[in-house]
Design a protein around this ligand. Structure first.
Ligand code: TRP
Length: 369
């Protein structure tokens, strides 16, 4: 199993990651604390798509004592946005609504330019402009959300970045990120840039403001160095809530733009999405007769997991789908059709909001350049 910000492969054992990264599992009691404010436990929490955290209890203590926190999340604009990317964003919007929190959303065009040999600046800038529309389409509150694009907004970030960078030495980032002698010096500096939004609100207001970062677990190396420098600079350590990776449509592995057949892109037409789902790997048997006799394996099936994590809120219905698959009562074709309908509705709605986002971009940007 490899889990770094730039590479995720092998079979992911999330319990082992909790131990390896030194994070905390999301317990019932912490979910109940969130529930007190939310009124219902969001399916992504209930079904443990978000599964781990650091200092979430502390941030809830702060909140309960009347101190608000800011949210911080982000995206590396290296290609078009797919379903796997938007899952943590949907949850971030939920947190923004529940806690009425301000959100900093960072687009790391610099990171993607530096890490991918084939990317030109023009290319990542084009993806930045494109991805912003998907972010806005999620429905973040325009009054409370600031989208930062590192290169364009460097003047707002650089001062904090150099302060952060002065406290991180090369041997630390080499160990944490696996940098080598041949790594370019831009990417070696970059972890300082990703730390900045966690401290931005404190810097702008002159008061220490707690920050909660919802992100996939592969981003954790960044937060480890960010937390290390926080106290040295007089900021609170940012809290994290970590999510898993959405499986791709292929056999095993996460949804990944580098294997486009496994991705449902947010710009896919309803027909294209239906075709990909129809061609998806499943936990089914090779013939209908065998499936009726032996049943399927929802535990390895992406078609099941999309319902489980995203498209079926009703716990009873999810259980029923699991049971019907296991017993051979439902076959893959029918199950895929059920999912296709929901995915198509979701995409059509997202694409409508994405179109409408074109007129709203200015309101969300950190700088009005
Ligand atoms: N490095 C992230 C990526 O490649 C982008 C990112 C920047 C991010 N800041 C973040 C992701 C905060 C989650 C939370 O996708």
């Amino acid at each position: 199993m490899v889990v770094t910000p730039w590479k995720v492969s092998g079979k992911i054992d999330y319990d082992r990651l909790i131990k390896k990264f030194g994070t905390q599992p999301l317990t019932e009691s912490i979910l109940n604390r969130i529930n007190k404010h939310a009124g219902a436990i969001h399916p992504l929490l209930r079904r443990r798509f978000f599964f781990s955290h650091r200092d979430l209890d502390w941030i809830l203590d702060q909140y309960d004592e009347g101190r608000s926190f800011v949210l911080y999340t982000g995206r590396g604009p290296s290609g078009p946005v797919h379903l796997g990317h938007v899952v943590p964003w949907i949850f971030t919007k939920h947190l923004q609504d529940v806690f009425e929190a301000k959100l900093y959303f960072q687009l790391t065009d610099d990171e993607k330019f530096l890490i991918h040999p084939e990317h030109t600046l023009e290319r990542v800038e084009a993806f930045t402009r494109d991805n912003i529309l998907d972010i806005i389409a999620i429905g973040f509150d325009p009054e409370k959300t600031k989208i930062i694009a590192d290169i364009r907004d460097v003047d707002a970030l650089y001062e904090i970045a150099v302060k952060v960078a002065k406290h991180i030495n090369f041997s630390t980032v080499r160990a944490v990120f696996g940098f080598e002698e041949s790594s370019n010096i831009g990417i070696i500096f970059f972890p300082a840039m990703q730390a900045v939004p966690a401290f931005l609100e404190s810097e702008l207001t002159g008061e220490r403001v707690p920050c909660l970062i919802p992100a996939a677990i592969d981003q954790d190396p960044y937060w480890r160095v960010t937390r290390d420098v926080a106290s040295k600079l007089g900021y609170y350590k940012p809290s994290q809530i970590h999510c898993k990776f959405l499986p791709g449509l292929g056999k095993g592995g996460k949804m990944s733009s580098s294997i486009p057949e496994t991705c449902i892109f947010m710009k896919d037409s309803p027909q294209a999405a239906a075709k990909k789902i129809m061609d998806s790997f499943t936990g089914g048997q090779s013939t209908a007769a065998e499936q009726r006799r032996l049943g399927g394996s929802p535990e390895i099936c992406p078609v099941y997991y999309y319902q489980h994590y995203l498209f079926e809120d009703d716990d009873k219905k999810v259980e029923e789908l699991w049971r019907k698959c296991k017993s051979g009562e439902i076959l893959c074709g029918e199950c895929k059709s059920l999912l296709i309908e929901k995915v198509q509705d979701f995409l059509v709605e997202h694409q409508r909001k994405r179109e409408a986002a074109k007129d709203k971009v200015e309101r969300y940007l950190m700088r009005h350049k």
